[in-house]
Design a protein around this ligand. Structure first.
Ligand code: HPA
Length: 279
């Protein structure tokens, strides 16, 4: 089997295992939980949990705060698949594990992907522990997960991303945020590859490009999902000011600590959004 065939086989087998675990539930939405935002996983009602390691081709995770579990059940009475943990491009050059995860979820009937991440703020008015709805992104990873042989059964070789972050879903989440009294900024997410945080010069560059937040995730997920025709909506939890914009020294522990402070509002917003988005 070549790499394309092996990947397709992994997607097929993982989808079959997920379908078996669904037990008739038909989730139309999947939520990927970012660093420090895993709390929603524990709130899934009637949870059936599959470990990524038991799903062929799924990511094998290495980072603290990323659990590596696919959880099936209901959140706020909406059938969902919650993906607790993902692989980042600072861990690997290999996009196949992330492709397998997203394409398998799509293969079982999920149409919408709700992404979340921890990010650094590039704007003084977007404060630590607040949330930002992603309106667009800049892919500065130096990598696109769709590079390589294209399997047309998943999606086309070339595809537009002018509408990567779905306008209608964003409008719905904004209404829910207002109803819930959750402060929700909007802005452009700039993806750096990491694993180092940025330099102050890189942060100034990202500001100059029109970025509002910087992070190391979600853009590959978005691209893979859009390639296979899923809709995408995403929220960043700002865990720090970008390097040089404050005196704080950036660490992963710091990211997790401040994500925990924003997690309450994040969970409230996701829970209240699901019945609207899942319609
Ligand atoms: N930069 C990149 N990724 C991040 C940051 C940051 O400042 N904060 C949380 N994730």
């Amino acid at each position: 089997m070549n790499e394309v065939q092996l990947h397709a086989e992994n997607v097929r087998q993982s989808a079959a295992r997920i379908t078996a675990a669904l037990g008739g539930l038909q989730p139309k939405i999947a939520v990927i939980l970012g660093s420090g935002l895993g709390g929603l996983a524990a709130r899934v009602e009637g949870a059936v949990t599959l470990a990524y390691k038991d799903l062929p081709g799924f990511p094998v995770l290495t980072v603290a705060g990323h659990a590596g579990q696919l959880i099936i059940g209901q959140l706020n009475s909406v059938p969902v698949i919650v993906l607790n943990g993902r692989k980042h491009f600072y861990e690997t050059h290999d996009a196949y594990p992330l492709k397998t995860l997203i394409r398998a979820v799509h293969a079982v009937g999920v149409e919408t992907l709700f992404l979340s991440n921890a990010a650094g703020s590039l704007r003084p008015h977007i404060k630590v522990s607040e949330l930002m709805l992603i309106t667009d992104h800049i892919n500065f990873l130096g990598l696109n997960p769709l590079v390589g042989p294209n399997d047309d059964t998943f999606g086309p070789r070339f595809f537009p991303v002018a509408d990567a972050w779905d306008k209608d879903l964003r409008a719905q989440v904004k209404v829910v945020a207002q109803q819930q009294g959750v402060t929700l900024h909007e802005g452009v997410y700039v993806a750096f590859r990491g694993p180092s945080f940025e330099t102050p010069a890189e942060i100034r560059m990202a500001q100059g490009w029109g970025g509002d937040a910087v992070g190391m995730s979600s853009v590959p997920d978005c691209l893979i999902a859009r390639h296979c025709g899923m809709k995408v909506v995403g929220i960043s939890c700002l865990t720090n000011m970008g390097a040089g914009l404050s005196d704080e020294i950036l660490t992963h522990a710091h990211t997790l600590e401040n994500a925990a402070k924003g997690a309450g509002a994040f969970e409230r917003l996701v829970l209240a959004s699901l019945p609207v988005l899942g319609r």
